[in-house]
Design a binder for this molecule. Structure first.
Ligand SMILES: Cc1cc2nc3c(=O)[nH]c(=O)nc-3n(C[C@H](O)[C@H](O)[C@H](O)COP(=O)(O)OP(=O)(O)OC[C@H]3O[C@@H](n4cnc5c(N)ncnc54)[C@H](O)[C@@H]3O)c2cc1C
Length: 441
């Protein structure tokens, strides 16, 4: 039997695209001159554009495709920020003060983005759900206990431990060994959030240009000249906000921020009583295993949206759906007869340190490398990079101190090392997880 419902959307189409405002009419030819040129019309680029416009600059946002159709309308809508690296790892790499500051600024990033939504009256189904991160093994739960102990004394981030025998109030499954609850995290509809940011930028007379890939940035007489096809745009300042979709531009950035795919499925509608039983906590749910499943109930309460690292390389929506479905029904066996309506993917911009980075190179400013957690962080660092481009001290952030490094095995372009990583993932990690699934139940 097919995994997909008869009325399923075409493979690859995100569930979020079924809902949202029609795309406003956007220019396809850029202006010849602008104060600030922002490359990339996702959360980072639009937030940067809004900040620069509020400071009185004439701003142009140029996107290689349709703004938002990078990661910003494809993600899981899990809204919260806490660093990907364990506190102790950050402390040993960057020092205790920077590690604590990273946690504190993660809280600040969430607050900034929440206030941006409020200030611009963006209707994006914001729900203050909280999030749980579930431990896949006993060792993972021990690590979670250590993390909570060290972070609690160092930062303002709110984390609570949930023992295994209390987990049933959050989720109906026996798969996990405990969890961390982040009561301050939230959920939103990614496409509606992007629609709202786009509208806020346009309201400020920001010129937004679509289908206009910039392939060259040059300096000329103290200014920048960006080229897209035969068009040349002169700008005083350039912000590169292309993250995991950086193409045709800056091999320096592409060597440091590489595209790692993430995959999501959406189920057909499920009875509300069933959803309330499967996920009584109603939270955003993520887990600690390497395939990094993240899942939630859709904003309208009708279905499950289930994401994960079904592969480390692009694969077909059908193949990714089969893998995600297997994981979902391992957690909730009663969904075995539930069909899918959507399967899609997108590229997260990953840094080798797993930390976001912001700074400048060759005169252009950039913010990128959110490593799969950008709903709160991308708008926040978009604002920060805007201030940095304007030489405003409000651009100060601890993430400027995160080194953005590369590796000898990644010369830029397609990240071929992910082929080897994918093989390791399939054969070692996947096999280990399957064995554990069998042992657990
Ligand atoms: C499947 C998936 C699930 C995710 N889930 C979550 C989640 O639940 N929670 C969370 O916090 N984060 C999540 N993320 C991460 C989050 O979506 C991203 O961090 C965030 O959207 C990054 O926004 P951005 O504006 O930096 O980049 P993008 O939204 O990717 O935008 C980059 C833009 O740059 C444009 N561009 C590229 N090259 C050029 C060029 N040469 N000229 C002009 N334009 C160019 C592209 O066309 C694109 O529109 C997820 C990501 C994916 C892919």
């Amino acid at each position: 039997m097919s995994l997909f419902a008869p009325d399923a959307a075409p493979p690859g189409r995100p569930y979020w695209w079924e809902d949202g405002a029609p795309l406003p009419a956007l220019a396809t030819i850029p202006p010849e001159r602008t104060d600030v040129l922002v490359l990339g019309g996702g959360y980072t680029g639009l937030s940067a554009a809004i900040t620069c416009a509020d400071e009185g600059a004439k701003v142009t946002v140029i996107d290689a495709a349709i703004p938002g159709q990078g990661a910003s309308t494809r993600n899981g809508g899990m809204f919260g920020a806490h660093p990907r690296l364990p506190y102790e790892t950050m402390k040993s790499r960057f020092g205790a003060a920077a590690a604590a500051a990273c946690y504190d600024e993660s809280v600040a990033a969430f607050e900034f983005t929440r206030q941006l939504i409020q200030r611009e009256a963006i209707e994006c189904d914001l729900q203050l759900t909280g999030r749980i991160q579930m431990a896949w093994s006993r060792a993972d739960f021990d690590a979670q206990k250590r993390l909570v102990n060290s972070v609690r004394s160092q930062s303002a981030i709110n984390m609570e431990l949930i023992d295994r025998d209390e987990l049933s109030s959050e989720i109906e499954t026996s798969r996990y060994h405990g969890a961390i609850r982040f009561p301050g995290h939230a959920a939103l509809h990614p496409r509606k959030f992007h629609d709202g940011l786009l509208a806020a930028a346009i309201k400020r007379d920001v010129v937004v240009v679509r289908d206009c890939p910039v392939t060259e940035i040059r300096r000329e007489a103290g200014r920048f000249v960006a080229r897209s096809g035969s068009a040349a745009i002169r700008a005083d300042r350039i912000i590169v906000a292309t993250n995991g979709y950086t193409q045709g531009l800056s091999n320096w950035l592409r060597r440091r921020v590489f595209p790692l795919p993430s995959f999501i499925i959406a189920t057909e509608p499920i009875a509300s009583t069933t959803l309330a039983r499967l996920a009584p906590g109603g939270r955003m749910m993520v887990e600690t295993r390497a395939q990094h499943s993240y899942f939630r109930i859709s904003p309208d309460g009708s279905r499950i949206v289930f994401g994960g690292r079904a592969a480390m390389r692009p694969t077909t929506p059908e193949r990714a759906a089969a893998r995600l479905f297997r994981t979902m029904t391992d957690i909730w066996p009663e969904l075995r007869d539930t069909r899918l309506t959507h399967s899609w993917s997108g590229f997260t911009g990953y840094s080798f340190s797993h930390m976001p980075a912001i700074g400048s190179h060759d005169g252009f400013h950039f913010a990128a490398g959110y490593s799969g957690s950008g709903v709160a962080m991308a708008p926040y660092l978009g604002m920060k990079v805007a201030y940095q481009a304007l030489n405003d001290p409000r651009g100060e952030t601890v993430f400027s101190r995160m080194p953005l490094t590369t590796r000898w095995f990644h010369p830029g372009g397609q990240p071929h090392f992910l082929t080897a990583a994918d093989m390791w993932f399939r054969h070692a990690v996947d096999r280990r997880d399957r064995l554990r699934m069998r042992r657990n139940g």
